[in-house]
Design a protein around this ligand. Structure first.
Ligand SMILES: Cc1cc2nc3c(=O)[nH]c(=O)nc-3n(C[C@H](O)[C@H](O)[C@H](O)COP(=O)(O)OP(=O)(O)OC[C@H]3O[C@@H](n4cnc5c(N)ncnc54)[C@H](O)[C@@H]3O)c2cc1C
Length: 409
């Protein structure tokens, strides 16, 4: 039985970043990935803060070479009202741009790079079980020939995303406190993309704060388009190969017929039940990172950034532990990851209850406040010098009240 310092389950962004860091620290790592790459996964618009994580894991230069679409901000729309955030105007000093990525290519680039650096990655390797012992863990996986193989490691990082391997095996799943929603999406040839469309992600709110549409432009002239809404709406939109969804995007007034006559790259796909929580993020011999922990909602494109953040943090602490140094997983991992997730949770809730939309679509927002909000949208959610982070529980509803009072005066 082969033995490693760490086994990482899953080769998405959280797994690759974790493996890259451990390899840099000279720990032996095995990555077990269920699929063959490239494989599709949703989650295409990155946030500037993930650039820091890619940089620290020595993965940034490889991604730079691909030529992904540069993203410099986010544009929110409601009817004719538009609110633009530019990452160059931020409270936190950090990255002022990032990318919009086709995930099959992005994830493949990260995996190629870690393999180049010497990390062993096995594809078509589905983790079925993990047996925890005092000094080492046994990870059982099925290879492409259907054989059950066991590998040993001092530590296991679960980066299995929507697969949620350890949360399922250890009964750690917890329902989300957010309303169940779903999404329907496709990629299309965006012939009518105008200069004005720029390189931002577009988020169009509709149905009285309940639903929204995304448009994420890629560098090859294709665009990812999707709608998020309650399960009833998404079920309705997805019937008959997404007939209603296609008609909706073709005729959606706010898009001014940009998607009227387009060819789809693939028929609309749906995803439901993605908002989920977890009882604990670590235990003896393991830690969860990325979507294997908690996933909230896609509206602020926070998923990959939280995945690279937690993947990196998990790897740092795992390295510390296998080097024989004590680790405070509660305070240095779970509480830290939760802090970032909780900031986004406040913004997600405020988006759907209308408070954030009141602020975004106000006649006027003070530039300083807008810059502070922009840093949240850029993913810098651990910067406590930002009042929109420090007081995330209360600040949005307070500001929304002020805006409403002013506008009704
Ligand atoms: C509708 C929607 C839109 C989104 N849009 C965005 C966005 O614009 N920007 C953004 O940042 N995020 C977005 N997200 C979130 C994003 O999809 C995830 O947060 C991100 O992919 C998480 O990365 P990860 O590394 O944790 O997991 P993943 O990327 O899911 O990777 C996990 C890997 O683990 C593998 N795996 C699973 N089970 C096993 C097993 N048993 N054995 C071995 N391997 C296994 C999988 O095959 C997969 O390759 C969106 C989510 C949804 C639902």
């Amino acid at each position: 039985m082969k033995t490693y310092d760490v086994i990482v389950i899953g080769a998405g962004p959280s797994g690759s970043v974790a493996a890259a860091y451990l390899n840099k620290m000279k720990d032996s790592v095995l990555v077990l990935e269920k699929e063959t790459f490239p494989r599709f996964v949703i989650g295409e618009s990155l946030l500037p803060h993930c650039m820091n994580h890619l940089e620290e894991a020595d993965l940034l230069e490889a991604v730079k070479k691909v030529g992904f679409q540069i993203k410099t901000g986010a544009s929110f729309y409601k009817g004719n009202t538009r609110c633009d955030f530019s990452f160059s105007e931020q409270h936190t000093k950090g990255w002022e741009w990032t990318w919009q990525v086709q995930r099959e290519q992005f994830d493949q680039t990260l995996v190629n790079e870690i393999q180049k650096k010497g990390v062993e990655v096995q594809f078509n390797a589905t983790v079925k079980n993990v047996i925890f012992n005092t000094d080492f863990q046994q990870v059982e996986y099925e290879n492409k020939n259907g054989q059950l193989i066991t590998a040993k490691a001092k530590f296991v990082i679960d980066a299995s995303g929507y697969g949620r391997v350890l949360p399922k095996l250890l009964n750690l799943n917890e329902p989300s406190d957010l309303k169940a929603r779903g999404a329907v999406f496709t990629h299309l040839v965006d012939k009518n993309r105008t200069e004005k469309a720029g390189n931002n992600i577009f988020i169009h709110a509709f149905n009285n704060n309940e639903a929204w549409l995304w448009a994420i432009p890629f560098s090859d002239g294709h665009t990812s388009v999707g709608v998020v809404g309650n399960e009833e709406l998404i079920n309705e939109f997805s019937l008959n190969n997404g007939e209603k969804f296609k008609t909706f995007i073709a005729n959606f007034e706010d898009l001014k017929e940009r998607f009227k006559e387009v060819s789809l790259i693939f028929e609309p796909r749906t995803i439901f039940g993605y908002s989920i929580g977890v009882k604990q993020m670590y235990g003896d011999g393991y830690v969860l990172c990325g979507n294997s922990t908690e996933f909230l909602d896609p509206v602020f494109s926070s998923g990959v950034t939280l995945a690279t953040f937690s993947g990196l943090q998990a790897a740092k602490l795992a390295h510390q532990q296998i080097s024989g140094n004590p680790v405070d997983w509660k305070n240095d991992y779970e509480e830290v990851v939760k802090k970032g997730v909780d900031v986004f949770r406040s913004y997600v809730k405020a988006w759907y209850n209308g408070d954030l939309q009141t602020i975004f679509f106000a006649q006027e927002i003070q530039p300083q406040l807008k810059n502070q909000i922009c840093s949240v949208l850029a993913g810098y959610v651990w910067d406590e010098t930002n009042p929109f982070i420090k007081k995330h529980n209360t600040v949005i509803s307070t500001l929304a009240k002020v805006v409403r009072m002013k506008e009704n005066a």
